[in-house]
Design a protein around this ligand. Structure first.
Ligand SMILES: [Zn+2]
Length: 84
């Protein structure tokens, strides 16, 4: 089994930007496009869509710290699986 690809890492970093309230509509579109063909990222993004409204409101998201932290942790875990 292999780790995540560089494409995945970019998507995960975009999600991280979303958590900081810095995600553009273009970035959201890139995330959506990637998840259409990536089994690894799709469930992560789907989960975040439900919990933090990922890409539903690209700007001015205000997330509880606990929610934001949990999302960050799951992103970090995935990034750690990146191939070296
Ligand atoms: Zn991916």
């Amino acid at each position: 089994m292999s780790g995540i690809s560089q494409d995945c890492a970019v998507v995960l970093e975009n999600i991280s930007a979303f958590l900081d309230g810095e995600l553009s509509a273009t970035d959201c579109a890139a995330i959506e496009a990637h998840c259409a063909s990536c089994e690894r990222c799709a469930p992560v993004v789907e989960g975040l869509r439900r919990t933090v409204g990922l890409c539903r409101s690209a700007r001015a998201v205000t997330l509880p710290d606990a929610v934001r932290q949990r999302a960050r942790d799951s992103i970090r875990r995935l990034l750690d699986e990146r191939e070296h």
